[in-house]
Ligand binder design. Structure first.
Ligand code: C2E
Ligand code: CA
Ligand code: CA
Ligand code: CA
Length: 285
């Protein structure tokens, strides 16, 4: 609430009081949830489109609420950003994801399976303070190689300082971690971001993949994004693939990697452990 500045309170209205209290309550709730270890990480397979081979996992947080059940990130990430709780929550998710990825790769190597890359979502709001140092600490603590971690940069719903974002991303890049731009084609995740940020992967937003099904005359944009990726030498991962028709259309455009319900929904830690040691996992095909 500090952010809004003093001026706002000169015209204090009851609904502001209400909104303010709601934020304070949520901050308290989120802090308690962290203490009680209620945030759990789910993992969604990232696969080769041609043969459904597992190449990576995207970590997606959920809040296992004692009375409300499983709360989706959409319902608490914005509040977590407003209250700064996104910093400790994000750190917890990162550590959990890196620790698990390290263990899973240790199971895979003796079985002759290639190592997986773990993708962790980071909102621009988290790119403050010494974020590169805290990522480096987590990598050291968990043993995961920097090259096996990709940070997916998502735009915070709050305004951001581009210079600051750029500086922080460069420092992360210097660690050797991969950087992906999330929801590419929407919001700030556009051509400007591609030019200004040191990113190596484009996550093509689900809306372009959706176009590949219903209105096949609108598939041009998906095709253009894949071509753009090739031109500027960035990997493209298509998000939200639900049908085999979409998978084939993407392959047709020259897209190599993707994720979506066709390959698998996000799974909890136990289910993911079973999945990653499956030698003949060819999802959805
Ligand atoms: P995102 O990074 O774009 O993640 C993809 C979302 O689409 C996930 O929703 C995933 O479950 C869903 N999805 C995947 N495949 C399909 C599909 O085939 N069809 C449909 N309809 N949906 C699909 P989820 O897990 O609810 O996450 C929502 C958003 O919350 C994420 O969008 C991400 O921006 C944010 N988020 C999740 N975890 C974290 C986190 O640890 N930190 C931060 N900062 N943000 C997070
Ligand atoms: Ca993402
Ligand atoms: Ca996305
Ligand atoms: Ca998103």
């Amino acid at each position: 609430a500090k952010r809004t500045g003093k001026g706002r309170y000169e015209v204090f209205r009851p609904e502001m009081q209400e909104a303010f209290e709601k934020t304070v309550n949520l901050a308290t709730e989120l802090r308690r949830a962290l203490e009680r270890d209620e945030f759990v990480v789910y993992y969604q397979p990232i696969c080769t489109l041609a043969d459904g081979k597992l190449v990576g996992l995207e970590a997606l947080v959920r809040w296992r609420h004692p009375t409300r059940g499983m709360v989706t990130p959409m319902e608490f990430i914005p509040a977590a950003e407003d209250t700064e709780m996104i910093i400790p929550i994000g750190h917890r998710v990162l550590r959990q994801a890196c620790r698990s990825a390290f263990e899973w790769n240790q199971q895979r190597t003796p079985a002759g399976l290639p190592e997986l890359t773990v993708h962790v979502n980071v909102s621009t709001r988290q790119l403050r303070g010494d974020v590169a140092k805290s990522v480096a600490d987590v990598l050291r603590e968990t043993g995961l190689a920097a090259s096996r971690l990709v940070l997916e940069i998502t735009e915070s719903h709050q305004a951001l300082d581009l210079t600051q974002v750029c500086h922080q991303l460069q420092r992360l890049k210097d660690l050797g971690v991969g950087l992906a731009i999330d929801d590419f084609g929407t919001g700030f995740s556009s051509l400007l971001a591609l030019r200004q940020f040191p990113i190596d992967t484009i996550k093509m937003d689900k809306s372009f993949v959706d176009d590949l099904d219903e209105h096949s005359d609108r598939s041009d944009l998906a095709r253009a994004i894949v071509q753009l990726g090739r031109t500027v030498r960035r990997d493209v991962i298509a998000e939200g693939i639900e049908s085999d028709r979409q998978r084939r259309a993407l392959l047709d455009c020259g897209c190599r990697l993707g994720q979506g319900y066709l390959f698998g929904k996000p799974l909890d830690h136990v289910a993911t452990t079973a999945l990653v040691s499956e030698t003949r996992f060819t999802a959805g095909l």
